[in-house]
Write a protein that binds this ligand. Sequence first.
Ligand SMILES: NC(=O)C1=CN([C@@H]2O[C@H](COP(=O)(O)OP(=O)(O)OC[C@H]3O[C@@H](n4cnc5c(N)ncnc54)[C@H](OP(=O)(O)O)[C@@H]3O)[C@@H](O)[C@H]2O)[C@@H](O)CC1
Ligand SMILES: [K+]
Length: 490
Amino acid sequence: MIPLYNNKTIRSIEAEAFVYGDSFAVMMRAGKAIAQQAILMTKNDNRAILIIAGPGNNGGDALIAAASLRETGRNVRAVFLGNIACLSADAKKALAHGKPIFNDFADDDYALAIDGLFGIGLARPLDDTYKETVHRLNALSCPVLSIDIPSGINGDTGAAAGKAVYATRTITFFAAKLGLYTGDGAQAAGKVVVERLNFQGNATPCGFLLNDDDDLNLRQLQRHKNTHKGNYGTLAVIGGATGMVGASVLATRAAVRLGAGKVFALSLANPVPLLDWSMPEVMWCTATADILKTLSLQAGVIGVGMGTDSAAKRLLKTALTLPLPLVVDADALNLLAQHLPLRNLCTNRKAPLILTPHPTEAARMLGSDTIAVNKDRVHAAKTLAANYSACVILKGAGTVIADSSGWCICAAGNPGLAQAGAGDVLAGIIGALLAQTQNAEFAARAGVWLHAAAADEQAAQSGTIGLNLNTLAETAARRLNLYIENQVGD
Ligand SMILES: NC(=O)C1=CN([C@@H]2O[C@H](COP(=O)(O)OP(=O)(O)OC[C@H]3O[C@@H](n4cnc5c(N)ncnc54)[C@H](OP(=O)(O)O)[C@@H]3O)[C@@H](O)[C@H]2O)[C@@H](O)CC1
Ligand SMILES: [K+]
């Protein structure tokens, strides 16, 4: 996993670095690294490179890059947008290096635009003049390289301060900043390149980025010859009310694909479907509190297409009371938001509990609104995890997974998942992993990762529009099997 840092911890790394070398030398290294990245991005394109420098040291980095690029013979248009009188000593020196410098630019055809308007010193929303510059940068037809963090993105939260630069690539200094990987930042940053500037600080990360199959202990899912279906857990998916049966179909099919030993669909529909012809191994029956108590289950998924009527509420109450590892999704989350006694059942239970809200469901549970949740997604996930004594998966760009032991962000996934049903597949995948391991942290992290990585695999083949949810769990299972095979060897 890649360690993630917030602005405060990045500042402490910066301060450590300055103990070992003067701050302008560090800025020089940053500027040269930006110039190298710009050369990589433009190759033999000899059109001008536009460089926008703002009023802080982010702008200083940009101006050093301008000087470095000119030394290599590149045609550079350097623009400074700030008040010279307020510059730091380092940025003043950079300004002297970066000459000639202009105070405006034409909306021309550049090889590349470099965004050095604001870095981690962004302190408030952009005013109209800076918003206009961001707007013009985003409208250029060339690629954009952002310095440290796309201007307008908050390094601590990933939220845009009104408007943000949308970069093709971001070169970020010292270490990975959490704001580059979730919310608006996940979109704005483009490809992230971490440039350590020859310095490895000692600061403690605030969280982690799930970035690789190796970041998860997937090998624990390996199958052994002398086993039977009873070794892989029985899962019940509770939901699928009239008109919403498809949600249960997607979740149960995904659960079978990801290896649950037996899968029940406990449905609130009237009548309950007799069978899913494409997955006849799923056992369909009417969802009642009694059947939930009678079945010998290793895990449950509750809420997919369930509705919020009194029958649904009774089922949720029963499920939360049983010593059953649970994934609580969709309508069941809305019920938790509405009924305090149900929330109290969450905090009092001992069995593993995973909640999978999207930002609007999270907002209902927090008594806030979707905009507030997305303003600080990590904080929202951590608060919900504490309020419900649960492992919380806050969905959206850069899904956040938080529990009492810490948090991480999933680096995989794409907007193809922004469609009805994607969450049902995710709930089924996590349910299957929970049924096999009874480990909430593992099931949540591995489930989110496999679901997102499978979506990326499918998008690489056929794009993000119309991503096929019917084959998503199959792709995830294939990836998992391949990984285990490669790990285990002959
Ligand atoms: N020193 C070094 O050697 C190294 C530095 N590095 C680089 O430094 C960057 C951090 O530099 P930084 O602290 O100067 O912050 P940065 O984001 O450039 O600008 C802050 C300025 O903007 C202003 N301001 C803030 N918000 C505003 C707004 N909305 N609208 C208008 N103005 C606003 C704020 O003014 P004030 O709030 O005081 O009014 C202040 O003047 C970091 O991201 C990295 O690129 C690293 O590469 C390592 C080497
Ligand atoms: K920037």
